[in-house]
Design a protein around this ligand. Sequence first.
Ligand code: ADP
Ligand code: MG
Length: 319
Amino acid sequence: MSYFSLRALTKSYDSHTALQEFNLELSKGEFVSIIGESGSGKSTLLRIAAGLLTQSSGEVLLDGKKIENPAEKLVPGYDEIKLIHQDYQLFPNTTVEENITRPLLNYEEGYRKQRVAHLLDRLGLTPYKDRLPKQLSGGQQQKVAIAQALAVEPEVLLLDEPFSHLDAIQKRKLIQELKELLQEMDTTVIFVTHDLDDALWLTDSLVVLQKGKITQKGNSKALCEHPKSKYVARLFSSINALPDREQAYIRPADIRIRTRGGFVGHVVDQRFLVHYNTLQVRLREGGQLWEVDDPARKYQIGDRVYLHIQEEKVLLLKS
Ligand code: ADP
Ligand code: MG
């Protein structure tokens, strides 16, 4: 049963169409990530989904009820649908605890205190509850913004690249904590990002948005194994164009290095990764640069290598 529905959403700004016939149906408690480059329409989509921006056409339904847009509703937005973005605004002159309490001022005091204490605890903010926002790190401030949005227990949480200010380690930790909390609350979540890695920490279910249109959706395995475009393929790893065939590509992991035959090249650079090395190989014919995995960490700069591709792993991709 669909719980949160985005149906045929289209948005044009003057002559420019930022979003075109976007459809997505989520069941209660489902998590989906939308991946798209800057300018692909992600923020436009989430603002419409939250009832904060008026669409040109299409509709948003929550549990069968139509979400009204700012043209239809006096005070735009809904308590049931919260949008968190990168440039969150905390109240600068009130403490962390007061910031989180503010959305709950109309609630009964006992509940309010318990709810705020719970969120402070779950997000690891209890030691900082009496500080002002400016006395916190970027990651801690972001957590306060998240706690503030979750205070009223929204049914739907829309995350618009909210972790962009954080470093990789902070980001993973926060996403992991948030994931557990949202699963407990049975919140329905749409996370938009340009970064596949971030998305995969939160969800396995992916929608790819390009120029305002969905170009592919599925779980991470399906998209990785059967990408329809170069853009989708490159989300997962780099790809090497085959010199002798149009629109045919091979991933670094699907190349085998042997002692003869295949494409001949020499190693011009090498990079250490946790599970393997990668090599940059200059092909003798055509002079292309390929990236090749070296799981045995056997090859050095200057070595000659013979590269064999696994035919069933060749990707045929549109641009
Ligand atoms: P993303 O969040 O994926 O970067 P946006 O939804 O912000 O993308 O923008 C999608 C497209 O719509 C971009 O081409 C952007 O320039 C355009 N756009 C966004 N907001 C406006 C606006 N208020 N007026 C005109 N064009 C806009
Ligand atoms: Mg955006």
